[in-house]
Write a protein that binds this ligand. Structure first.
Ligand code: CP
Length: 314
């Protein structure tokens, strides 16, 4: 689970189906599925949703989990990703869930440890399980009861992703996934956060600079946080940004009263969206969080299905 690009349609359907089955399963029975298997969470960046939901997901299946974060581990003393990965493997980890600030880090970790690595967000590159939980959320509202996804499942659906596209691994994974199911993805934001070059040649993806035009045409509004930690060197007037791109209750009521509002979190109330929208009836933000546990149960089970009890590929 390094990239959504590695998932074909049968993979996607298996994950979505398995997420539903595991969610519905008796919790005691569920803990036998990965009883005493070992899963390591290796986090070089802060996280609330992804880390907690991966941990709860693995534990729900009976796995033992351990968390290594860059603060409070030997990473602080200069230990490399390779040596940290090899150490976790020597300690019995059978799969590693990795969040890292460098794009591509999960590929390196998989190469050196030969363990399944689940990408929990790598730099500005990808966040595949976020795209999967986003897909589950969209399907629940726009295609309820659908048995299987295919190339036309989201035909006629416009998903607008608004905000800091430049720095967003969530946007990237969704851009790679949703058009394959027929959705039209519209990217919306100022040039500083959404350069033209970002979508050159990408099928099913377009840019709309005018937020209200995009909002009017969308069944799904996916709002993104301005990633202040990655903004070095960029000049952005936040008041101007809010005037142009903030999702407010008035805009939503007037232009998109049926549209669902999503956000990967963390949200910054009063910046990319108002508190009223975040807490309002069109918001699906907490449902996304809940879907994270089901999706991550399915992908952790899938990852451990290809390893032996002693670690390494079966
Ligand atoms: N959506 C997401 O990745 O949130 P966290 O950074 O809290 O994990």
């Amino acid at each position: 689970m390094l990239s959504v690009q590695h998932l074909n349609l049968p993979d996607l359907n298996r994950i979505l189906l398995r997420a539903a089955e595991l969610e519905a399963q008796n919790p005691l029975e569920r803990t036998r599925i990965l009883a005493k298997r070992r899963v390591a969470l290796l986090f070089y960046e802060s996280s609330t949703r992804t880390r907690t939901s991966f941990e709860l997901a693995a534990k729900s299946l009976g796995a033992d989990t351990t968390l290594v974060s860059s603060l409070s581990s030997s990473i602080e003393k200069g230990e490399s990703l390779k040596d940290t990965g090899l150490t976790l493997r020597a300690l019995g980890a059978e799969a590693i869930i990795l969040r890292h600030s460098s794009s591509g880090a999960p590929w390196l970790l998989e190469e050196v440890t030969h363990l399944p690595v689940l990408n929990a967000g790598d730099g500005m590159h990808e966040h595949p399980t976020q795209a999967l939980l986003d897909l589950r959320t969209i399907l629940a509202h726009l295609r309820p009861g659908i048995a299987e996804v295919g190339p036309e499942t989201l035909a006629g659906v416009t998903v607008t992703i608004t905000g800091d596209i430049l720095h967003s691994r969530v946007a990237r994974s969704n851009m790679l996934l949703l058009p394959r199911l027929g959705a039209r993805v519209v990217l919306c934001g100022p040039k500083e956060l959404l350069p033209e070059v970002a979508i050159e040649g990408a099928e099913g993806i377009s840019i709309e600079r005018d937020f209200e035009t995009a909002l009017r045409a969308s069944q799904v509004m996916m709002m993104l946080r301005i990633q202040a930690e990655r903004l070095a060197g960029l000049q952005l007037d936040l008041e101007e940004y809010k005037a142009g791109y903030q999702l407010t209750g008035d805009r939503l009521r007037e232009l998109a009263p049926e549209t669902i509002v999503m956000h990967p979190g963390p949200i910054i109330r009063g910046l990319e969206l108002t508190a009223g929208v975040a807490d309002g009836p069109q918001s699906r933000i907490l449902e996304q969080v809940r879907n994270g546990v089901a999706i991550r149960m399915a992908v952790v089970e899938r990852a451990l299905a290809v390893t032996t009890q002693n670690g390494g590929r079966a």
